[in-house]
Design a protein around this ligand. Sequence first.
Ligand SMILES: [Zn+2]
Length: 292
Amino acid sequence: MPLMPLMPLMPLKPLPPLIDTHCHVHFNAYKKDMDEVIHRALADGVFMIAVGTQTTTSQKAIEVAERYDGIWAAIGLHPCHTQEQELDANEICSEENVHTRCEEFDLDFYRQLARSPKVVAFGEVGLDYHYFKEGDDFEELKKRQKEAFLKVIQLANEFEKPLIIHCWDAHDDLLKILKTHPVKKAGIIHGFARSYKTAKKFIELGFKIGLNGVITYSDGYERMVREVGLADIVIETDAPYISPVPHRGERNEPSYVIEVAKKIAVLKEKTLEEVAEITTNNAKKVFGLNLN
Ligand SMILES: [Zn+2]
């Protein structure tokens, strides 16, 4: 039998690096193995933005970012932390309920933190009316969130840094604020899970749309993902929350961001390489990163 000619070996083109633009790799969920989780991501070619949610986690995000090449920090006060409350584990895809402390946005404290060269954005910040409970003074809580958000905008403009915005059930109010208090550097609407019509309003203001694992297990956003241009998309995990398929039920981690990119590639009928390259470039531009 004649020998089959050997197929020439096709050089495997490595996938361009990915940037997980929103993770909480410095949270307690990784208390035991944070360094392993980080090494796993970096070894897979995944860079990441560690996002703070209040004073302690913002400080921690910087500490971790300062220890690693390939990690940068965002600092801010999550709207849910402007109120003391119990967040339901099921709803936020956490192992346990999260008790939030009440904080005000301390301009001087965050101004000090923002001096670290590793701080590339203010986040996560924004508005969240989803968790209001019966008996809460809605107007008072909204006022507190808006006040904090305005202070963040002031600081972001002072440092000319972008915002990483969290918004749940408050898009109209958020748009109103962004129109009346323009930001110098737009940033990202993170964990976007609304219609294209809403996405377009933020894109018109210069924001990128941050997509996470939700699009891998919910078919409610397929149309939106198809309609938003790749030039306006960045990818994220929001780890430890919102694990993508096929990791549902597990703790999420930054290396899983590839599942989000894969799903975008399928929905938009693009190659994974294209999605990786364009979303990484988008993130680099937003945060002013130089990966070389
Ligand atoms: Zn988050």
